[in-house]
Design a binder for this molecule. Structure first.
Ligand SMILES: Nc1nc2c(ncn2[C@@H]2O[C@H](COP(=O)(O)OP(=O)(O)OP(=O)(O)O)[C@@H](O)[C@H]2O)c(=O)[nH]1
Ligand SMILES: [Mg+2]
Length: 257
């Protein structure tokens, strides 16, 4: 059961060509956490994922589907899903992949931790977290990416790129989603960074991440490069701000006798 202090909860599940996965994932969420609703956001998948999702929605009032006309990236799909979930009055709004990487049976851990947090991240790279079926290259890329984010942005989050999360609605309202431009994978880091900068509480709980068995990955070198470029830009901006702040304090100290 979801903690009564949290209120009504929904998890947004973006899909693009997940016909082989969507029914299992939605079914597992509803079985593991019957009071957690599911909002599938499908970008007109050519493989018919949207139709399967409609069928699931017809069978279960806790499941709804948002159909978008074109594939516009993960971030755009989430922003659309969040806007709909906020308009529907949900108090807790989550994120989860449709490819079986995130275990619906572990969503309860995230919800429990949200009682004392504003954002909970299901993290791979903390004690107790794990990854299965990943190539050495993919693991190295994720670990290095996260280490880079941690050093450059100076935040204490270990898995800022993870896509298994629970937000309080107040968090999404505070971080100004209308200003988010990231549409691809850097979207996750973007939201983490905004939440930290807003002074909100971020907690990480360990999860077991299992790489997709069916369907194709949408992760490409271009995506990784674009992420690094943006994170570097944010990091440099933050460093400049810190330097300016330090000089200002220094000058003020010299002025006061
Ligand atoms: N609606 C929508 N969903 C997307 C889009 N791109 C990816 N997704 C979904 O977002 C989730 C994560 O995408 P994945 O392709 O699994 O990306 P990943 O987990 O980083 O990489 P792999 O698991 O290696 O494929 C999955 O549920 C995808 O179907 C998109 O453009 N639109
Ligand atoms: Mg995946």
């Amino acid at each position: 059961m979801i903690h009564p202090d949290l209120g009504r909860a929904v998890v947004v599940v973006p899909t693009y060509n997940e016909a082989l996965n969507i029914a299992a994932v939605v079914g597992r969420v509803r079985a593991a956490q019957p009071d957690l609703d599911v909002l599938v956001v499908d970008d007109s998948s050519p493989d018919g994922t949207g139709r399967i999702a409609d069928r699931l929605a017809a069978e279960d009032p806790g499941v709804t589907v948002l159909h978008r006309t074109a594939k516009e990236g993960l971030g755009a799909a989430y922003l659309h899903g969040f806007a709909v979930a906020l308009a529907r009055g949900y108090d807790v709004i989550g994120e989860m992949d449709a490819d079986g990487s995130h275990q619906p049976e572990q969503v309860g851990r995230l919800l429990d931790a949200l009682v004392e947090a504003d954002l909970v991240i299901g993290a791979r790279w903390i004690r107790g977290g794990s990854v299965q079926n990943w190539s050495v290259r993919r693991e190295a890329l994720s670990r290095a990416g996260n280490a880079y984010v941690r050093v450059l942005l100076g935040m204490g989050v270990h898995d800022a790129t993870a896509g298994f999360r629970m937000f309080r609605r107040t968090t999404l309202e505070k971080i100004d989603l209308s200003a988010v431009e990231s549409t691809g994978y850097v979207f996750q880091t973007d939201l983490t960074w905004r939440t930290v900068q807003a002074g909100l509480r971020v907690r990480e709980v360990p999860i077991d991440f299992v790489d997709r068995e069916y369907g194709d990955s949408k992760m490409t070198t271009d995506v990784a490069v674009e992420s690094l470029r943006r994170i570097t830009r944010w990091g440099l901006r933050e460093r400049r701000r810190q330097v300016r702040r330090t000089f200002r304090t220094h000058r003020e100290r010299r002025r006061t006798p």
